[in-house]
Design a protein around this ligand. Structure first.
Ligand SMILES: NC(=O)c1ccc[n+]([C@@H]2O[C@H](COP(=O)([O-])OP(=O)(O)OC[C@H]3O[C@@H](n4cnc5c(N)ncnc54)[C@H](OP(=O)(O)O)[C@@H]3O)[C@@H](O)[C@H]2O)c1
Length: 323
């Protein structure tokens, strides 16, 4: 069964999903879709080479040609601005026209209700509305895959004894909520719920996401437009702080903020401050305790996902041996 990964060149989700597909030893054959004509027809992936198909996401003909023998399309695209919607809709309609059976848009965030609270992530819901229409009309099968926050944010600042690169899994964004990279005085920002209690947070290691996707492909009944959430771990900020504290081995400053303080911060951020606005709105998602992803996929597969404790032990635990 051939699975096309749109944006599969990425070192994060693309790498994780392609690796997991290759590990099925032929049950699923990955094909990477890329805009980069310069990437050779084969993409080196450890010991394997993976076919890369050049696509013009604005050409229906180009997309259909790339998808004509593909069973499932998984998108891991990230495109700043309105193009993200256009490109994914082009991909969706080409997948339908090419006779693909299943489609998954680029989700990998919190749930759809959380997306509505974040300007840039609401684009995911716009795409999903179109996907859902095709599902309802039995023109394609589809699912969306929320995973919570990438656990790899916790890898920023871990001891660079050769494992930091692995800890980050190709992730190159800046810190968010967890500022463990600040070695001298690490701090964690905690959005408080309305009753001042600490919310819970779902986190998933990028390395595990590919295996969850394979588990979803293995589901024989239709995905039927479901939100097939995966969760590496879901725990309260209180427990997260305790675990981080144990491995970072420095006092962690906890900076709690209420939703009204976050709203005040948001009001100072101009619309063109896209990333700070997104981070502030995501913190509000946490304050509303909408930062938990129901682990639907976990219940239907045997993937043993990395927990926060496992993750911190693996990538920060070394520090205790060095000092
Ligand atoms: N849960 C979390 O904590 C978290 C954090 C970050 C991101 N995410 C989500 O994860 C998904 C992937 O994000 P990412 O950071 O891994 O993506 P990324 O690496 O920035 O991009 C993925 C791929 O998109 C393609 N691409 C980039 N710009 C494009 C454009 N203008 N037109 C068409 N294709 C373009 C590129 O492939 P080619 O160059 O080969 O075409 C690239 O490899 C997104 O849905 C994002 O929202 C989640």
């Amino acid at each position: 069964m051939r699975v096309a990964i749109a944006g599969g060149t990425s070192r994060t989700l693309g790498y994780s999903i392609v690796s997991a597909l290759l590990a099925t030893q032929g049950r699923y054959t990955p094909v990477i879709l890329s805009r980069e004509a310069s990437i050779t027809k084969k993409h080196s992936h450890g010991e394997h080479e993976v076919e890369v198909r050049y696509v013009d996401y604005h050409s229906h003909t180009s997309l259909i040609a790339a998808l004509n023998d593909v069973d499932t399309v998984i998108s891991v695209l990230l495109i700043p601005g309105p193009e993200w919607v256009t490109v994914q809709l082009n991909l969706l309609y080409a997948a339908e026209a090419a006779g693909c059976q299943r489609f998954a848009p680029s989700e990998f965030a919190f749930t759809s209700s959380a997306n509505t609270m974040v300007d840039v992530l609401d684009a995911k819901n716009v795409v999903w509305e179109a996907v859902q229409t095709l599902v309802d009309e039995h023109r394609i099968d589809a699912a969306r895959f929320p995973c919570g926050m990438f656990m790899n944010y916790l890898g920023m600042g871990c001891p660079d004894s050769g494992r930091r690169e692995e800890a980050l899994a190709g992730f190159e964004e800046g810190p968010f909520l967890f500022h463990l990279e600040n070695n001298e005085s690490p701090w964690i920002e905690v959005p408080l719920r309305s009753d001042k209690s600490f919310p819970s947070l779902t986190m998933t290691d990028i390395h595990d996401i590919g295996r969850f996707i394979v588990a979803a492909l293995d589901i024989t009944e239709p995905w039927a437009g479901r939100e097939l959430g995966m969760a590496g771990d879901t725990l309260s900020f209180k427990d997260l702080i305790t675990i981080c504290q144990r491995y970072v081995q420095r006092p962690i400053d906890v900076r709690a903020l209420t939703e009204s303080q976050l709203q005040a911060r948001l009001s100072t951020l101009a619309p063109n401050k896209i990333i700070p606005r997104m981070e502030c709105q995501l913190a509000i998602v946490c304050a509303r305790n909408s930062s938990v992803v129901p682990p639907i996929l976990n219940h239907s597969c045997s993937v043993k996902a990395t927990t926060v404790e496992d993750y911190m032990q693996r990538y920060w635990g070394l520090k205790s041996f060095q000092s």
